[in-house]
Design a protein around this ligand. Structure first.
Ligand code: GLC
Length: 539
């Protein structure tokens, strides 16, 4: 049976900063259920290691960067998980205080470079069967955190006697991009530290100081995918390609739509709600709404439209446009409940809005999973405007609870949200409201459209019913991923050649333009490697 190793940085319910954690955990389960032998390697964050209930194997590893780093690769079972998985345990690197991607100072940024390189090295060795007798046929890498795995695998095989001839024996790699905007930029000198200088993909003659884990992963992975068909097309354009569009176009990107774990997002059995085991009808919804309004300090009234915004407060999520819209929305008499951390300037404005519109605007900065369930179950409208959105799971969760998403038609939202009008509501197709322009007018007119429908109870209830019946299944995604795994492991006559490294033809104009911009920025001194290790207290 083919063996698949997932590698990623987030895994619901243990460690999650957004949809990535949900997507990795649900997809892994769906792939396992489909009959494949799949497991995952995770960084040994505190939230992971403190949930270990059984350790099956421990392997000391010496990671051969310019300074050797000692860590432990453990096969473990976590609380509430049946299947064992792998953890790269190194407290000095993974038990840092603060958020898991905290880059508030340069050292943190550099620390991230190092720890995700460690994770990728360990994954490549595990996959190649050098650490245990377990060996993977496919490594499924998620986002930039795992993007160096294909590079370390290529390096390992190109260094073997016989080189390219053995290439078809190596584990094959699939890199799934969950968000192209996060690429894991690092200074090129780091490639020397990691032993990967021969694998850089940028034109050295440009004297460019930066490279990115994702650019390297894209150049060296066997297949690239992303999380929706529309985003797969969009990222080939200059507008959405973040400088990697040419590289992506030459590799080809497959878009596979994410799904929803309907065991977790299940209004009748949701432990976050009081109606567990009962029906989830209009009356239940109203009582959940009233309870929510009371708990959030909003005026309790079932007829006042309650709009939610449970996204990170970022430019991507159009938090700035929502801030601009607040005074106009307050005049319309609606209520808003917002939850989520984000950029400081937006957080401040949300706090200010909650202060000046007491009873009408509530804001909880700290994200809570339970509260997210209650908000989707009680709010009428789920605001999920985005300048770009690879997939967007939040609106799909809201739909299941009858909260109608208002989204910008971009990325995965084009593949999931069908705009409502009287005809599309009646035909059963509509499940939300979409708008095109990423500005105040675009957002306000979509909200106006939603409010008009809200005041027409029979139509609104039909729209809610459509949304609640919409189904986005991980099993469907798993079939498509399994097709890629099978393709990759199929023996072909095609001659597989080790990727040529560091050649000019691998540089592409778009990537270079972005990197050139970076090059013009003042460059901080790269800290020496040893002091960095001392700083994190590595052994
Ligand atoms: C990222 C994307 C989001 C996607 C999620 C899971 O968080 O920004 O659009 O739904 O990953 O793939």
């Amino acid at each position: 049976m083919k063996k698949i190793l997932f590698v990623g940085s987030e895994f619901y319910p243990y460690i999650k900063t957004g949809g990535l954690g949900d997507a990795i955990a649900s997809l892994l389960r769906a792939v396992q259920v489909s009959g494949k032998q799949a497991t995952i390697l995770l960084p040994g964050y505190r939230a992971i290691t403190e949930n270990i209930v059984h350790v099956h194997e421990v392997h000391e590893v010496l990671i051969p960067f310019s300074v050797v780093i000692r860590a432990r690769l453990k096969k473990v079972t976590l609380k509430r998980q049946n299947a064992p998985l792998w953890v790269l345990d190194s407290a000095p690197f993974f038990h840092q205080p603060g958020g898991i991607y905290d880059e508030t100072d340069n050292t943190e940024g550099h620390l991230n470079t190092l720890r995700f390189a460690m994770l990728a090295w360990a994954a490549s060795e595990l996959a190649c069967g050098t650490i245990t007798n377990w060996k993977a046929d496919i490594v499924h890498c998620h986002d930039w955190h795992a993007a160096l795995v294909p590079v370390f695998i290529r390096k390992k095989y190109s260094g073997l006697p016989g080189g390219g001839l053995l290439d078809d024996k190596r584990p094959k790699s699939l890199l799934t991009i969950h968000n192209l905007a996060f690429q894991g930029h690092c200074y090129r000198q780091y490639l020397g530290i990691l032993g990967l200088e021969a694998f850089n993909v940028n034109d050295a003659q440009l004297n460019n100081p930066m490279t990115s884990f994702l650019a390297l992963g894209i150049a060296h992975a066997d297949r690239i995918s992303t999380v929706s068909p529309t985003y797969a097309k969009e990222i080939l354009s200059e507008e959405y390609g973040c400088g990697l569009q040419h590289k992506l176009a030459s590799c080809g990107v497959r878009g596979i739509l994410n799904g929803v774990d309907y065991n977790v997002w299940h209004p009748q059995t949701d432990p976050a709600l009081d109606n567990v085991g009962y029906s989830f009808d209009a009356d239940t919804r109203s009582s959940i709404k009233l309870g929510l309004q009371r708990d959030l300090g909003l005026k309790p009234h079932a007829d006042i439209p309650l709009l939610s915004f449970t996204n990170r407060l970022t430019h991507q999520k159009m938090a700035d446009v929502l801030i601009e819209a607040i005074p106009r929305l307050m005049e319309k008499g609606v209520q808003i409940t917002a939850m989520g951390e984000g950029q400081d300037e937006y957080v401040e404005q949300f706090i200010r809005a909650a202060g000046s519109h007491k009873g009408q605007f509530s804001y909880v900065e700290k994200f809570s999973e339970v509260m997210e369930h209650r908000i989707h179950a009680g709010a009428d409208i789920c605001l999920s405007p985005s300048r770009f959105e690879p997939c967007g799971l939040n609106p799909l969760y809201a739909m299941r609870y009858g909260s109608i998403p208002v989204v910008r038609a971009t990325g995965g939202l084009c593949d999931t949200v069908v705009d409502a009008n009287l005809q599309s509501i009646r035909s059963g197709d509509a499940n939300g409201i979409t708008f095109k322009n990423a500005n105040l007018n675009g957002l306000l007119s979509a909200i106006d459209g939603a409010l008009t429908l809200f005041s027409n109870k029979p139509e609104w209830m039909k729209l809610q019913k459509n949304a609640m019946n919409a189904s986005f299944l991980w099993q469907k995604a798993a079939i498509d991923y399994c097709e890629i795994y099978d393709e990759l492991t199929k023996k072909t006559d095609e001659k597989l050649v080790i990727a040529a490294c560091n050649t000019q033809d691998q540089a592409d104009a778009g990537t270079l333009a972005v990197l050139q911009d970076e090059a013009l920025k003042p460059q901080p001194e790269l800290p020496a490697f040893a002091p960095l290790l001392n700083a994190v207290g590595a052994d």
